[in-house]
Design a protein around this ligand. Structure first.
Ligand code: IMP
Ligand code: MG
Length: 181
């Protein structure tokens, strides 16, 4: 499919399933090399990362665990403003090598809060893995050692990412068309 329509918007093909799968395999190989012997815990961030995390864990060639979390953000009283609560995490992160698996990093603020919340649980190491990064929108400095694609600031959908809750099941990634209609 070259173009798809979701709700009131049109999207055109941006990254094909084959291109995505290729990059996921490469990043999985990188993780497998770097974290051999570390028994990493891949921590997928719901909802958006569910497709990416499923492909990534099947492409990693070292022993690894996978778990999923949801993030509930609220305005806290800390000096940083927003506090992230991790929902659904049953295992201890103490001493673990944790790889946070995200769909997309835009401003980077969600990820910054998430890393903070994960670090508070005393892991040995926390690394970020994101399918997509929009470097042009980053408002904070973030080290993303595992990134499949760096993309412009356009709105994209598919492969787990949604437009107003739709489009997550698309096998390819699509970008909104310029006029949007
Ligand atoms: P950040 O805190 O600005 O980095 O927000 C990242 C979150 O915004 C992601 O987890 C997505 O839920 C959402 N997001 C950012 N850009 C897009 C996009 O192009 N398509 C779909 N969701 C996006
Ligand atoms: Mg997300």
């Amino acid at each position: 499919m070259e173009t798809v329509r979701i709700l009131d918007r049109s999207f055109r093909l941006y990254l094909s399933e084959a291109e995505i799968q290729q990059r996921v395999r490469e990043v999985a190989a990188q993780i497998s090399r770097d974290l051999e012997g570390k028994n990493p815990l891949l921590l997928g961030v719901l909802n958006g990362a569910f497709v990416f995390a499923a492909d990534l864990v099947r492409a990693v060639t070292i022993p690894a665990e996978i778990s999923f979390i949801k993030v509930a953000s609220y305005e806290g009283t800390s000096s940083t403003g927003t506090v992230s609560n991790l929902i659904g995490l049953n295992e201890s992160l103490e001493g673990r090598t944790v790889v946070i698996v995200e769909d997309i990093i835009d401003s980077g603020l969600s990820m910054t809060h998430l890393v903070e919340a994960v670090k508070a649980m005393n892991p040995a190491d926390v690394r970020i893995c994101s399918l997509l990064v929009k470097p042009g929108n980053l408002k904070v400095e973030l080290d993303v050692p595992y990134c499949c694609f760096r993309i412009p600031n356009d709105f994209i959908v598919g492969y787990g990412l949604d437009y107003d809750r739709y489009g997550r099941g698309l096998r390819d990634i699509y970008v909104v068309t310029e006029d949007g209609h």
